[in-house]
Design a protein around this ligand. Sequence first.
Ligand code: DAH
Length: 331
Amino acid sequence: MTSPLESELQTLQQTAQTAIAAVTDLTTLEQLRIQYLGKKGELSLILRGMGKLGADERPRLGAIANEVKEALQAQLDQRKQALQQAEIQAKLAAETIDVTMPGVYRPLGRQHPLNSTIDKVLDIFVGLGYGIATGPQVETDYYNFEALNIPADHPARDMQDTFFLGDGRLLRTHTSPVQIRYMESHEPPIRIVAPGRVYRRDTVDATHSAVFHQVEVLAIDEGLTFTHLKGTIKEFVRQMFGEALPVRFRASYFPFTEPSAEVDVQWQGKWLEVMGCGMVDPNVMKAVGYDPERYTGFAAGFGIERFAMVLHQIDDIRHLYTSDLRFLRQF
Ligand code: DAH
């Protein structure tokens, strides 16, 4: 006759075996081990009932219990190994790097044509021994006009339709105020280039923008003449266009220079107006406390957009501001 303990052991073995076989992860497997074979597990529970058995039954049931325990332990070990193996395989598969897979395309960033043009201009002047200066875009009437020999009633103010701010200040109409600010805080000799944004109340079209960029050039020293100015501009043009193009100085007028000139460059069969320049007016020297009997100097100013458009054959200034990638990718 089989004792009830014996059939309990059989049932335990069967349910445990089915459960272990169905386990798919190591945590659950460990839980099963504790549930069946742990100190307070189901097997221990059954074995506690052995005390009630007769001395003749005990060894036989003890042996059966041992077999059940060993069988389950073996199955647990085997299952554990298989699951560990599977875990490693899954990890390896997940971490595989396919070195033959095509890379992710990341478009290369590049400089905006306005910035590269400014950089080119600055590089040329730095190569000629000039330093770089900057000034504020919100200016006062004094720096933008007055100190540059453009008094309040001067007709030259009409040439630069100005954005005035509510507090009486204004958006600078040119980079020339940087001349004044720099001279006020430095003593000659001076050689600077000043790049920056300028603002004019212009109607926007293919060649006009209310915001654009200029570079100002200023040299002050003893004994500087118009010949130094011409030589500097010619060298600048040669480097900017990559060849010694014919350059023409046309007499012109600016309140802050005397004499003044406009510079034309012969480019693709046409005279192209590229900048204004001249010898710094004695009144400007006086405004910053320089002695015009001792110092002379020259200045020049030009638009960056103009150069960028000519050098890259851009037909509409608005292309430079609309951030259209189809346009920008060309550079
Ligand atoms: N400031 C002038 C303008 O915006 C350009 C200019 C002309 C600057 C002659 C100069 C200069 O320094 O000497 O129209």
